[in-house]
Every structure is written in C-alpha cells, then in structure tokens.
Design a protein around this ligand. Sequence first.
Ligand SMILES: [Zn+2]
Length: 244
Amino acid sequence: MIHHIHKYLRLLPFIILIFLCGCKESQASGALEYEIEITYSTINVQGFTIKITESLMDNSEYYSGVSLLHERLAVVVDVLPKSEIDFLKQNVIIWITDESEVYNIANVEYHKSAQWLINNNLNPDKAKGIEIHTFNTFIEWTKDQPFMLLHELAHAYQHQYLGDDNAKILSAFNLARDSGIYEEVDRNGVLEKAYAIANEFEYFAETSESFFVTNDYFPYNRDQLKSFDNNGYLLMLDIWGVVE
Ligand SMILES: [Zn+2]
C-alpha cells in the first residue's frame, strides 16, 4: 500500500471549526491531519489538465518532464478515437506530485476512490486522476514503458465511462484467462505470465496498449493481438469504436 503525508492548509478554517464545534471527525476530515503545505500549479499539455506540485517547477527535471509529457500525450491524442480522447481530457487530471520526503517508492497510477485515498493518507482531490510520483519516475519509467499514460488512461476510461462491471470486458478476460494463452508470453526475450491476465482491469489496459501502440509484453502490437487473442482484438474494436 501507499503512504503519503499531506496537510490541507487551505482547509485550516474547517479544522478550527471542527475543533470549536467539538464535532466527531467526519470522513472528509480524516485526511486533514496528514496534509502538508503542498500547492499545485495547473498547466495544459495536449488538452489535458496537469497539476504539478509547485516545488517541482524549480526542479532540474521539470523541463525535460514537461516536454516528455507533451511527446507521450501527443501519441495518445493521435491514436485514440476523438470522442474518447475528449472524454478523457475533460474528466482525468494528471497529477505530478512529490512526497519524496515522506514516501520513498516510485509510483504511477490511476486513483479510483476518494475514500481509498483518505484511508491511505493521500489527497482525495486526486480521485479519478492519474498520479505520477515525480518527473524523475516518469522519465525513468518511460524508457521501459513508453505508453504507460495510455495504460492509465484506459483504466480511467473503464472506470468512469464503461463501468467496472462491464460485461464485455469481463467476458473477454474470462475467455483469455481460461484459455491459458497468457500464462507464458514473451517479454524482452524472457517468458513470463502476462500482466494482462492479472484481472479484467489490467486486461483492458494492456490489450488497449497492444491495440493502439506497443506493449512491453507479447502480444506487442495490433496484428499480434489479432492472431493471438482474437476475442481481445474484437473487444478493442467494439469498446473503442474502431472500424477495421
Ligand atoms: Zn494497470
């Protein structure tokens, strides 16, 4: 699990109010004690809202990080259908954070639930957003996983638009898992269990990577997906509304 520490200085009046009222701690106030003085600046990259911890803007990685974000999001905007990309631009904020003093593991992830964030001492504003833990992580991880933003955006699309209980995805995942084809696949010359088979969410995100761009596991691309896992390929055509 992940542990961040924050303080909501902007919520200080409410903390005082809660104290003065002698109120019982509410769900929302659970996060208050953990927030530190983090302020975010907002920039627009390829139509996406990016919130960056202000202190990172003085960081030596800032300019290379922002330029890499431009480059990687340009690919996403280029390959995904327009209506889907418009939905993601409107509904998914990308957070570049820095909790290095209190939280020393690298991290890139899509956050589903505000309550989960509160329970893990994280800022609940990041719910339904993608968090990149420092530009340094993004720059380093992009070398091996150049399309991780597309992967995380696929998680966001499934969660916010398709629904976590989407029957088509679950059915295709069950078929793929039961067939056993993903138990051993190539990853840079080594046979491994595919990440796609971890659960239906990773199946959707990983298959989207193979379909639109390049995956770091086999099937690496659309042609390979089509011949290796035709159900997954047909799912991509159907869900993303792509015409062959
Ligand atoms: Zn994932």
